[in-house]
Design a binder for this molecule. Structure first.
Ligand code: ZN
Length: 421
């Protein structure tokens, strides 16, 4: 099957006006100009881009009470104190009905697919999202959360995570395009031994790191709003000692470096630490990448995120939405557009690479997906374009609020207008 479109964005290579994409057996067989091939299906005034990679989300979480989902195109986001927000997330989970988290996973997977996502990194409780993610037309790493400063809580969450991993048949992973991983939650909530145990597992890892000033205060002085929060929950442990006062040491020190790490946020890492997060600095071909979630970052009124300085130092910064509890949608394209409105000096090609190929690299899937290249899987998103011209076609996609109109995974439309093809 050959598709044609007003623009094809291969990502590895310049955009092609009147572009064509030939798909054979679920893979991309050819990419080029419509002058050279006759299309079976002309998608019209759209952009064909690689399927988006959502490098950080929690599919089991829903929007919090009183949270409006209307501001998807806003430049400004209402700011909320992050520790207060953590309280509200915990409250929501306590009051949840049985089956609610699983239902949210199903809903949020559908929303992700409609938003053009073909790969994602999901963080979940003891593998809760696994069955649904593994069945979905999606590439994924599912990270089971390890949490607890108190030994008992840490033992419980790690036993549940390992039970889940032990229950997965290896052949099921190959069929499902999904892999299990582990996520020590964050330095402020998770004892150091859980980080060490995760790093020894040889599984892909993810963690929330250097996320807020309160985390730095807790690690440096054992005090502050997070300590009060943990005490209120009964989760504080007087015996607790951090691995280090610096969050970076939780993933970059000694044996902790011997793993693939996908770092959510990283807002308060020091510029002097950025070099440690470059791919070349990881031992034994391990990977390390930062998943930046622009709208969630804006929501908590943090210091500016250093994504630009990180990129300039060679750090792989990809994009995530985080969960619906902090973000108005699960669309990577919405994150790209939000970032573009706030910082139009970040050029279109780089922004699109962050939302696709960099995320694929972070998930060790860049030889399969993340760009439109012969041999890769036909994972694509189709985006409606406005009826105007622009000398930079990326602007047509970024300075617009037109939606993703179709998603294709492994050569099959899995949502949108052409699903009968
Ligand atoms: Zn998160």
């Amino acid at each position: 099957m050959t598709l044609s479109a007003r623009y094809v964005f291969p990502v590895e290579g310049a955009p092609i006006a009147s572009g064509c994409l030939t798909i054979q057996d679920g893979r991309i067989a050819w990419v080029g100009s419509a002058r050279e091939r006759v299309a079976d299906l002309d998608l019209g005034n759209v952009a064909i881009v690689p399927g988006f990679v959502n490098a950080h989300t929690h599919l089991e979480l829903s929007a919090l009470e009183g949270q409006h989902r209307v501001a998807e195109q806003a430049v400004e986001i209402e700011v909320e104190d992050e520790v207060n927000w953590l309280h509200r997330v915990v409250e929501q989970r306590k009051s949840g009905l049985p089956g609610e988290l699983e239902q949210a996973v199903g809903r949020n997977l559908q929303e992700s697919i409609r938003a053009g996502t073909t790969s994602l990194a999901d963080t979940t409780t003891a593998g809760l999202s696994w069955d649904q993610v593994a069945e979905a037309p999606m590439r994924a790493v599912v990270f089971a959360e390890l949490i607890g400063l108190k030994r008992g809580r840490g033992l419980q969450t790690s036993a549940e995570a390992w039970d889940w991993i032990g229950s997965i048949r290896p052949e099921a992973q190959v069929i499902a395009n999904a892999r299990p991983g582990l996520s020590p939650h964050a330095p402020y909530s998770t004892a150091g031994w859980l980080y060490h145990k995760a790093a020894a597992s040889r599984l892909p890892l993810s963690t929330h790191l250097a996320e807020m000033p309160e985390e730095l205060e807790l690690l440096e002085r054992g005090s502050g709003a997070l300590r009060t929060f943990l005490e209120t929950l009964g989760a504080w442990d007087d015996e607790w000692e951090p691995i280090s006062p610096r969050p970076a040491d939780y993933v970059r020190r000694g044996e902790l470096r011997n793993a693939d790490w996908l770092i959510a946020h990283g807002t308060y890492l020091e510029p002097t630490e950025f070099w440690q997060f470059r791919p070349e600095a990881a031992p034994n071909n391990h990977r390390v990448a930062i998943a930046f979630c622009p709208r969630t970052h804006a929501r908590f009124g943090h210091s500016p995120h250093p994504y630009r300085a990180m990129l300039e130092r060679g750090v792989v910064v990809c994009l995530g939405t985080d969960s619906l509890a902090s973000s108005p949608s699960l669309s990577v394209l919405d994150e790209m557009r939000f970032l573009h409105r706030r910082d139009d000096s970040l050029n279109g090609p780089l922004l699109l690479t962050m939302g696709t190929l960099f995320g694929a690299w972070a998930l060790r899937a860049e030889t399969t997906t993340g760009s439109l290249k012969p041999g890769k899987s036909a994972d694509i998103a189709v985006i409606d374009l406005p009826d105007r011209e622009d000398s930079d076609p990326h602007q047509l996609m970024l300075e617009s609020d037109l939606p993703v109109s179709a998603t294709m995974f492994e050569g099959k439309f899995v949502s949108g207008a052409w699903s009968h093809f």
